[in-house]
Design a protein around this ligand. Structure first.
Ligand SMILES: [Zn+2]
Ligand SMILES: [Zn+2]
Length: 389
């Protein structure tokens, strides 16, 4: 019955997703998307609040039967990428594109809204629909929505990400840490400029910076348990202006990814120690700007088990155990506060040009995956309610 109902909603899902795909908006600028979502919810007679923690929209569907409160979340923002697709629904906005599938998340959650709002007499408890802005850029939209009260009274939360690395028709997740934490750091080494032919009269910041890049390679290899995945990448190093001038400053920028808070702290401490020590060894000064981003996304065991039980039986999907993955997600903040599970929904299908990685200028999804995402969220919500009656 759920499957039939969702199939009848599929044309609207495609139409809404393609509208959002044509008119993408960057993180923190989702005014049109937010208004579009609110219009659809209000047309469905759903109690709707806009401007929650920025451009967030919260819809509330109260069932006529007693029960708990289940939150379902979709993110709405796009990326600063020029769309290279040529299909009729390619982005109409120069330099902005839904290259992560958030248009599909929004459209799938709107279908879930339509499904539950037409079944209030059979619905237990409350469904809280969270349409979240700004997932792609730290500090993200999740924290500000939480601070605005979006999670108040919520018992459990579920979210999905359409995922092209796995084929359409399958879904994957894992218990515990699924996605990495992400931090950024910027280090500036200051020496003393001088003539390239008279290094003894200068302090060479490029030599100190080069030494530090190599020292930092020992953080993961020597200070982190080899069974605990972690990455320290220096993505940029800049210093100097000419071949015969000793540079007085050298700047390094990098990113850190890992899965456990203790590891995250160890890595930060080691980076700071090595920067201080290396600078001192080369007679340079140092300043470190370390910016913490999203924490690791940690699924709750019981809710992961519900996913395993429900995904095949109720949503008809192939179920895989996902490996840990290095991208970060601010859904992590919701899971720090209430139990829940984040699930990857297969959206890859080379036959439909949906074979590019996320954030690629030709990224696309197999739109059937939106049906699966909606079906999975509904099945999880219903299974939770009947379990907790
Ligand atoms: Zn993304
Ligand atoms: Zn994303």
């Amino acid at each position: 019955m759920r499957e039939e109902a969702l199939k009848s909603l599929f044309p609207a899902m495609v139409e809404r997703r393609r509208y959002l795909h044509r008119y993408p908006e960057l993180s923190f600028q989702e005014q049109n998307t937010s208004a579009y979502v609110a219009d659809v919810l209000r047309e469905l007679g759903i109690d709707t609040v806009v401007g929650v923690g920025g451009n967030g929209v919260v819809g509330t569907i109260k069932g006529q039967l007693p029960g708990r409160t289940v939150a379902l979340r979709a993110d709405m923002d796009a990326l600063p990428i020029q769309d290279e697709k040529t299909c009729e629904y390619a982005s109409q906005v120069q330099g902005v594109m839904h290259a992560c599938g958030h248009d599909g998340h929004t459209s799938a959650l709107l279908a879930v809204a339509e499904y539950f709002s037409s079944r209030r007499e059979k619905l237990q408890g409350e469904i809280r629909l969270l349409f979240q802005p700004a997932e792609e850029v730290c500090p993200g939209g999740a924290l500000s929505m939480i601070e605005a009260g979006a999670l108040d009274g919520v018992d459990v939360i579920y979210g999905v990400h359409l995922w092209t690395p796995i084929p359409v028709g399958t879904t994957a997740s894992r218990p515990g840490p699924l996605m990495a934490s992400t931090d950024e750091f910027f280090i500036e080494l200051s020496g003393r400029g001088g003539h390239g032919g008279m290094p003894h009269a200068a302090v060479d910041s490029v030599v100190a910076g080069s030494a530090l890049v190599l020292q930092l390679q020992s953080v993961v290899s020597r200070s982190v348990n080899p069974l605990d995945p972690a990455v320290v990448t220096i993505g940029s190093i800049h210093g100097g202006t000419a071949q015969n001038v000793i540079a007085d400053t050298c700047r390094l920028a990098g990113t850190v990814r890992c899965f456990h808070e203790e590891t995250r702290k160890t890595i930060r401490d080691r980076i700071e120690q090595l920067a201080q020590g290396t600078a001192q060894a080369y007679g340079a000064g140092v300043s470190i700007d370390y910016m913490t981003g999203y924490p690791s996304l940690v699924n709750h065991q019981e809710e992961f088990e519900r996913f395993q039980n429900v995904a095949a039986k109720e949503a008809g999907l192939g179920v895989e155990l996902s490996p840990q993955i290095m991208p970060a997600e601010d859904f992590a903040y919701y899971l720090q506060r209430v139990p829940g599970c984040f699930m990857l929904v297969g959206a890859g299908n080379p036959a439909k040009n949906a074979a590019y990685p996320h954030h690629h200028p030709k990224f696309d999804i197999d739109e059937e995956a939106m049906l699966h995402a909606a079906s999975l969220m509904i099945a999880m919500a219903e299974a939770y309610q009947s379990d907790r009656q």
